[in-house]
Design a protein around this ligand. Structure first.
Ligand SMILES: Cc1cc2nc3c(=O)[nH]c(=O)nc-3n(C[C@H](O)[C@H](O)[C@H](O)COP(=O)(O)OP(=O)(O)OC[C@H]3O[C@@H](n4cnc5c(N)ncnc54)[C@H](O)[C@@H]3O)c2cc1C
Length: 397
């Protein structure tokens, strides 16, 4: 078979290797002058390429049960695949990185194998159109190519400077596919409040609770980072996909921050804990022992007290409410350009998840972020790319 893989990113490179190993004649068409630009950015350049805590709640899709099929099929193969490419991994509490701590180790391992297998890569050509008439006809901005099978691996529309600008959705729509609405995910959150400049740069270990239309729907524990317009950091990112979708459906999205995740008790017990403190201390001095001072000062200001107030003089419930349920009203998320991934994509019930072949167009396979499944931070999104790339490449016949 003549196989063209469109997109030389994470999933396309894996699919190309697997299809070539079956003896097919494989060519990759990549719009950039290099493959794997996004892959190089992953994990702050260290590439968190896998996670061995593989439970379905780490993933999001309109058809999660179908993704479970992919997960069950392939989760045990990914590390073996990379070991076979020569990569030695480092496992930090289930989060896998290359031992070198460099994403280029993963990219080079893929490219060395591609070279050994004599897979041709055509660079600097943007695929603009695909047609099917007996065979696939692929038009780029410069050439036309004919092939028997196509693997579409062009990614989503996040970080378009890496090459993925959403062109794949149009290519799939032209074949009659339906796309679950594309929204930014793993992205910073913009709050409605006007105090962010006062706490910009603060990092704090917290519990974040996402409240949608007054109901708590998800909790995350970890580090939150404040910037000049709102919240960032891994636990914020892990709420952001739900927030994007909720806002898109006109839901009210709020985040409650518990700044004392170490305290094992409720608000009344926390008041009692503070009651036992030395009465000679001002409120600001008490808070300084367990809160970042900028957060403490903000809480005092929002509770309409002053730095010189004493614990016995203030509205204790209000203060503890701000410490344990600090409310952020979400205005928006940052854009696709700042989103690590997109949620949404081609519906999985339009794809045979045993092969990644389109159920609408025989011979067309779809991988990676183009699909309607995205994962939490922690190696899950590259996991989707590897697993779907493996399945597509192995299924070409
Ligand atoms: C800053 C950042 C950090 C991240 N960190 C992590 C992490 O640590 N762990 C993790 O699991 N995930 C991480 N991700 C997510 C992960 O990188 C992606 O989910 C993954 O790369 C998606 O793989 P893909 O093959 O679907 O698409 P991509 O890797 O985006 O590859 C798509 C390729 O197709 C090419 N292309 C696009 N359109 C065309 C066209 N029309 N014609 C020809 N070529 C085209 C692009 O140039 C690109 O090379 C991160 C993402 C970002 C942005």
């Amino acid at each position: 078979m003549d196989v063209i893989v469109i997109g030389g990113g994470a999933s396309g490179l894996v699919a190309a290797i697997k299809a070539r190993e079956l003896g097919h004649n494989v060519t990759i068409v990549e719009r950039n002058n290099k493959c794997g630009k996004k892959l190089l950015l992953t994990g702050n350049g260290k590439c968190n390429f896998w996670n061995n805590i593989q439970t379905i709640d780490k993933y999001h899709s309109a058809n999660l049960n179908l993704f479970e099929n992919i997960l069950n099929n392939k989760k045990d193969e990914v590390i073996n695949f990379f070991n076979d490419l020569g990569v030695v991994e480092k496992n930090i509490n289930g989060y896998f990185y290359p031992f070198t701590n460099q994403s280029i180790t993963i990219l080079n391992a893929l490219l060395y194998r591609i070279e050994k297998l004599n897979i041709k890569i055509i660079y600097n050509e943007l695929v603009t159109n695909i047609n099917f008439k007996d065979k696939f006809i692929i038009n780029t901005n410069m050439n036309k190519y004919i092939c028997d099978r196509v693997i579409l691996s062009v990614g989503s529309k996040s970080y378009s400077k890496t090459g993925s600008d959403g062109s794949g959705y149009k290519l799939l729509k032209n074949f009659g596919h339906n796309i679950n609405e594309i929204l930014p995910s793993l992205v910073p959150i913009i709050g409605k409040e006007n105090f962010y400049k006062e706490i910009e740069g603060v990092r704090s270990d917290v519990i974040l609770s996402l409240r949608e239309n007054n109901v708590i729907i998800k909790e995350e524990r970890g580090e939150v980072q404040f910037n000049k317009t709102g919240l960032s950091g891994i636990c914020t990112f892990n709420l952001s996909g739900l927030i994007s979708r909720g806002l898109n459906n006109s839901k009210k999205e709020e985040i409650l921050i518990n700044f004392v995740p170490w305290f094992n008790g409720n608000k009344i017990e926390f008041i009692k804990w503070l009651d036992k403190k030395d009465k000679r201390y001002k409120l600001s001095e008490l808070l300084d022992g367990f809160l970042n001072y900028k957060i403490g000062n903000l809480i005092i200001k929002l509770s309409k007290n002053t730095l010189d107030s004493y614990w016995e003089e203030v509205d204790k419930e209000r203060i503890v409410d701000l410490i344990m349920s600090f409310k952020i009203e979400v205005k928006d998320t940052l854009s696709y350009e700042n989103a690590q991934v997109c949620s949404g994509g081609v519906y999985l019930n339009e794809i045979d998840t045993n092969t990644m072949e389109s159920l609408k167009v025989k011979g067309l396979y779809v991988t990676g972020e183009l699909l309607d499944v995205d994962g939490d931070c922690g190696g899950y999104n590259l996991g989707i790319a590897w697993m779907t790339g493996l399945i597509a490449g192995e299924s070409i016949k």
